[in-house]
Design a protein around this ligand. Structure first.
Ligand SMILES: [Zn+2]
Length: 380
């Protein structure tokens, strides 16, 4: 909707709504997003959805906990791990996979020591570590499909990725990449390949895993930008950030004559709303928000909206635009009531000016101000 607004905006005197600008700039990401005409669940065969690969995530090598292993010297840990593999997976080819994310690059890799094969590639920087880990497995499985059928053990330090392979796709929001891994693994099983998955805790140094980790980290030196497509969820964390950035820059670049009153109240766009964490009724939020923005039905603004015949308050002779400032500080007919308003405000350390009052976070202040205006006979 916001994107179509961007395309059809013809209202020249006003700038485009920020959400439309954002929608347009996000449309540039389109080429990097995994597209599907179907819900991910319907992309793969029903058989592959039901298929549950063998995944070993309860890892205690010879009854040693990962804490025990962490306190041991690295060579001893690796000796124990080799013995564990020899006993449990002696006829398997071990494939270490890993993904790595850093602010500048995201990489994924796999390493097969027995076959002296290593692979590494990069992903667009916004990709999540989950996506990077999934692509490492997918690429490893693609390579395996080109090798002779055999038993393969994919060792990974990403517990979340391995658990995603075990989870029931009908109960959870399925990751399209996890479904893809299930699908390829099933296809391989049907062609006499036998694939198993093993979780290695990341904080114990296993040589093969360390090599895969270094390979994935090394992708920052790749010059070519990655054209790999990512699930749309990988962009979710960047969208609020992107909107805030656009909004802030638009706000600070407004011409001086625009929104001068509100800019005085809100000089920079805050991260949270002014009523965040305050227990206010909806009507209080609406009324005080109107006072902050100046979009009220007080005579001066009501006149602009064509709701009033005059922008002046008619109870006194001097003609002054009757806005919030006039009512709170200036109006002679409210002199007595004003004295009883400012006493409690002073005791709450609120300076008698619009900036301090409208930027207050005290519920008592909101109530005092709103009551004062309503009792004076105005509508907000
Ligand atoms: Zn007045």
């Amino acid at each position: 909707m916001y994107y179509s607004l961007f395309l059809t905006w013809r209202y020249v005197p006003k700038s485009l709504p920020i959400l439309s600008l954002t929608a347009n700039s996000l449309s540039n990401f389109h080429q990097y997003i995994l597209n599907s005409t179907k819900f991910p669940l319907y992309e793969k065969s029903y058989e592959s959805l039901l298929f549950s690969p063998f995944v070993q995530t309860e890892n205690n090598f010879f009854s040693l906990s990962s804490n025990d292993l962490q306190t041991m010297p690295v060579p001893m840990v690796n000796k124990i791990f080799s013995e564990f593999l020899n006993i449990n997976f002696s006829d398997h080819i071990i494939v270490y996979t890993d993904g790595s994310i850093s602010p500048l690059s995201t990489g994924f890799s796999f390493y097969i020591p027995e076959l002296l094969i290593s692979f590494t590639n990069n992903l667009p920087p916004s990709s999540s570590s989950f996506t990077a880990e999934c692509y490492a497995i997918i690429e490893a499985l693609i390579l395996i499909s080109r090798l002779a059928p055999n038993n393969y053990l994919i060792a990974s330090d990403s517990l979340s990725r391995l658990l995603a392979l075990k989870s029931n796709p009908f109960n959870f929001h399925p990751s399209p990449l996890a479904l893809c891994i299930k699908h390829i693994t099933l296809t391989l099983h049907q062609s006499n390949y036998f694939i198993q998955f093993l979780w290695i805790p990341s904080h114990i140094v296993i040589y093969g895993n360390k090599v895969a980790d270094s390979l994935a980290k090394f992708t920052y030196s790749l010059i070519c930008p990655s054209l790999t497509q990512l699930p749309h969820t990988d962009f979710t964390p960047t969208i609020p950030h992107h909107i805030k950035h656009l909004w802030s820059s638009q706000w600070s670049n407004l011409p001086a004559k625009f929104a001068t009153r509100y800019k005085h109240i809100v000089s920079i766009i805050p991260h949270k709303t002014w009523f965040n964490n305050l227990h206010l009724s909806r009507s209080t939020i609406i009324q005080f928000n109107r006072l902050r923005s100046g979009h009220t039905t007080l005579p001066a603004h009501a006149y602009k909206l064509d709701l009033n015949d005059s922008l002046f308050y008619t109870l006194h002779i001097t003609e002054k635009p009757c806005d919030l400032f006039h009512i709170l500080f200036d109006c002679p007919s409210l002199h007595l009531k004003r004295t009883t308003l400012f006493k409690p405000l002073k005791s709450l350390n609120i300076s008698p000016n619009l900036y301090s009052i409208l930027n207050s976070n005290s519920e008592i202040v909101f109530k005092l101000i709103i009551t004062f205006i309503l009792e004076a006979g105005f509508r907000i």
